[in-house]
Design a protein around this ligand. Structure first.
Ligand code: C2E
Ligand code: CA
Ligand code: CA
Ligand code: CA
Length: 279
C-alpha cells in the first residue's frame, strides 16, 4: 500500500486529507458525545444450551449522534482506538455496565455474567487493573458477575502489561473470554498460556454453518479444543433454529444471537428476564 501511495500521491493525497479531516471531526464529536451523554449501552442476552436458560448478557455500546443519528460501534470504536479516546470511553462502558448489573442484581436478577468488551489499547494501560477493581468496589458487583472479552490480537507484540492484567483479573475471580475466536493469528501455544474461561466463536463461522463444510469443521474443532482446555465455548451471531441445532448437537455450551435475543435497551432487560424464550 505504501508503494502505491508513492506512485499515486497526486491521486491519493486529497483522499488522505479527507480521511484526516474525518478523523479530527469524529474525535471532536466523540469528545462531545461523552460530555453530552450521547453514548449508551444495549444488552444482548446469552443462553446456556444445556438448560435452555439465560446465562449472561453482553454490553454493546451505542452512539446517538445529534445529526447523524445512530452510529455503529464498528464505525466509531476503531476511530476511538486510533485517537486514544477508547480509554475514556472504555472506562465509561465498564462503569455503566457494572453499575447497571449491580442495580439489576439488587432488583432480583439471578446470578448472571455481564460481558464487557475491552480493546487492545485499554489492555496496554498499566492502570486498567486498578480501574476494574475500584469500579467493582464502587458498584458492589461481585467479580464473578463481570466477564471481560478480549481478542486474540492481545498476543501480538509486547503483551506483558496485558498478561499481568489478565492474571490479576483471574485471581480476583473476574471471568475472561476470547472474542471473535478463530479470526486472529494467535498460536495454540499462546492460548494455553492465557488465563481465560471461555472461547467465543466468531459469527463469521456461524453464518453458513449448514452449507460450508470448512466452517462446520472449524466450529467442531474450536468446540473440542475449548473443551480439552477446560473452557466453555459460546457461539455468537446465531440467527436460526438450524444453526442452534448444529451447535447443540456438537456440544457448544452457549449461544448469543438474534435467534435468542437482539441487543436490548436497558429498560427492556428485566421484562426479558421475567419471560425469556426457552431454547
Ligand atoms: P462483537 O463484540 O463481536 O459484538 C457482536 C456484534 O454482533 C454486535 O454488533 C451485535 O449487535 C452483533 N450481533 C449479535 N447477534 C447477532 C446476530 O444474530 N446476527 C448478526 N448479524 N449480528 C449479531 P455491534 O453492537 O454493532 O458491535 C460491533 C462491534 O463493536 C463489537 O463486535 C465490538 O467489537 C465493538 N464494540 C461494541 N461495544 C463495544 C465496547 O463497549 N467496547 C469496545 N472496545 N468495543 C465494542
Ligand atoms: Ca464481544
Ligand atoms: Ca465477537
Ligand atoms: Ca466482531
Amino acid at each position: 500500500a505504501k508503494e502505491e501511495g508513492r506512485n499515486n500521491s497526486q491521486i491519493f493525497a486529497p483522499e488522505m486529507n479527507f480521511r484526516v479531516d474525518l478523523l479530527f471531526s469524529m474525535e471532536k464529536d466523540l469528545r462531545l458525545a461523552l460530555e453530552r451523554g450521547e453514548l449508551f449501552l444495549q444488552y444482548q442476552p446469552q443462553a446456556d444450551l444445556a438448560s435452555g436458560t439465560l446465562r449472561g448478557i453482553e454490553a454493546l455500546i451505542r452512539w446517538q449522534h445529534p445529526v447523524k443519528g445512530l452510529v455503529s460501534p464498528a464505525e466509531f470504536i476503531p476511530v476511538a482506538e486510533e485517537t486514544g479516546q477508547i480509554t475514556a470511553i472504555g472506562e465509561w462502558v465498564l462503569r455503566t455496565a457494572c453499575t447497571q448489573m449491580a442495580e439489576w442484581r439488587k432488583a432480583g436478577l439471578p446470578d448472571l455474567s455481564m460481558a464487557v468488551n475491552l480493546s487492545i489499547r485499554q489492555l496496554r494501560q498499566p492502570i486498567l487493573g486498578d480501574m476494574v477493581r475500584s469500579i467493582l468496589q464502587e458498584t458492589g458487583l461481585e467479580p464473578r458477575c463481570l466477564e471481560l472479552e478480549i481478542t486474540e490480537g492481545i498476543m501480538m507484540g509486547d503483551n506483558q502489561v496485558a498478561m499481568r492484567f489478565l492474571n490479576e483479573m483471574q485471581a480476583l475471580g473476574v471471568q475472561l473470554s476470547i472474542d471473535d475466536f478463530g479470526t486472529g493469528f494467535s498460536s495454540l501455544n499462546y492460548l494455553k498460556m492465557l488465563p481465560v474461561n471461555k472461547l467465543k466463536i466468531d459469527q463469521s463461522f456461524i453464518r453458513d454453518i449448514e452449507t460450508d463444510e470448512g466452517d462446520a469443521a472449524i466450529i467442531r474443532s474450536i468446540i473440542s479444543l475449548g473443551h480439552r482446555l477446560n473452557l466453555r465455548v459460546i457461539a455468537e451471531g446465531v440467527e436460526t433454529q438450524e444453526q442452534l441445532d448444529f451447535l447443540r448437537i456438537r456440544g457448544c455450551d452457549e449461544i448469543q444471537g438474534y435467534f435468542y435475543a437482539r441487543p436490548l435497551a436497558a429498560d427492556a432487560v428485566m421484562a426479558f428476564v421475567r419471560n425469556p424464550p426457552r431454547l
